[in-house]
Design a protein around this ligand. Structure first.
Ligand SMILES: C[S@@+](CC[C@H](N)C(=O)[O-])C[C@H]1O[C@@H](n2cnc3c(N)ncnc32)[C@H](O)[C@@H]1O
Length: 222
């Protein structure tokens, strides 16, 4: 049985609001549609979506498959959802409650490489929902972006990172973007047509202390 102690539940009202702004609204802004066409995927660092053998209300799979505030669900078929997590317990629990979605246990970037090599990667939305600081996350995000350049068609990539943690370490968004621009993978991706939105999103992390500041950067390629 899956226990909350060992498997952190990331969702909550703040997370849902951030997801609504950075995924649903951004998808609409960029494509003028609320839903992903059936032949395209939502690929995400899913986290835990199940508890006690039931779908967790407000988890990412739930958010992706339900209507909200009058808008249509982001995906209309479970097979469009590709959830990746390197925690096998999370994948096992998620697979049990949503057997028709695609659940991959492994590193996010490596899983994307495998999907691409198998010709099974066709995302319209990629949610790189990381909780690392820019120093550790920018190189990784840049490699994801460069890899996605090899997928044809438009892609919305949402890159999340932690700017400050427990009021101790702080990085500004400008420093984070500067770090990205130093990455060769990022430069290559930008040369292949990716655009970084001028606007970025800031929100407080879901931890009880409220000391974590998260940032979402929005990238789009046509
Ligand atoms: C922030 S949570 C995801 C929350 C989810 N997207 C949501 O909106 O509810 C982070 C999850 O990512 C997983 N994770 C972190 N880094 C990863 C990586 N490089 N590859 C695969 N999974 C990773 C962790 O195990 C954790 O379950």
């Amino acid at each position: 049985m899956v226990k909350q102690k060992t498997l952190p539940i990331w969702h909550g009202q703040k997370k849902e609001q951030a997801w609504e702004e950075t995924i649903a609204q951004q998808l609409f802004q960029k494509t003028h549609k609320w839903s992903i066409p059936k032949d395209r995927q939502l690929v995400t660092l899913s986290g835990l979506c199940a508890e006690d053998g039931k779908l967790l209300s407000g988890c990412e799979y739930d958010r992706a498959t339900r209507s909200f505030d009058g808008r249509k669900p982001i995906i209309s078929d479970p097979s469009q959802f590709v959830g990746i997590d390197y925690d096998p317990e999370i994948i096992k629990a998620n697979r049990k409650v949503c057997p028709d979605a695609k659940w991959l246990c492994g590193d996010f970037y490596e899983s994307l490489c495998i999907l691409l090599s198998e010709n099974n990667l066709s995302p319209l939305v990629v949610n790189a929902d990381f909780t690392c600081m820019p120093a550790a996350g920018c190189g990784y995000l840049a490699s994801i972006m460069n890899l996605l350049s090899f997928c044809p068609g438009p892609i919305l990539l949402v890159g999340n990172m932690v700017l400050s943690f427990c009021h101790v370490r702080n990085t500004t968004i400008d420093e984070a973007v500067d770090s990205l621009y130093k990455e060769e993978n990022f430069k290559a991706a930008m040369n292949s047509g990716w655009v970084l939105d001028d606007e970025w999103y800031w929100y407080k992390g879901t931890g009880k202390s409220g000391g974590t500041c998260m940032a979402s950067l929005i990238f789009f390629k046509k």
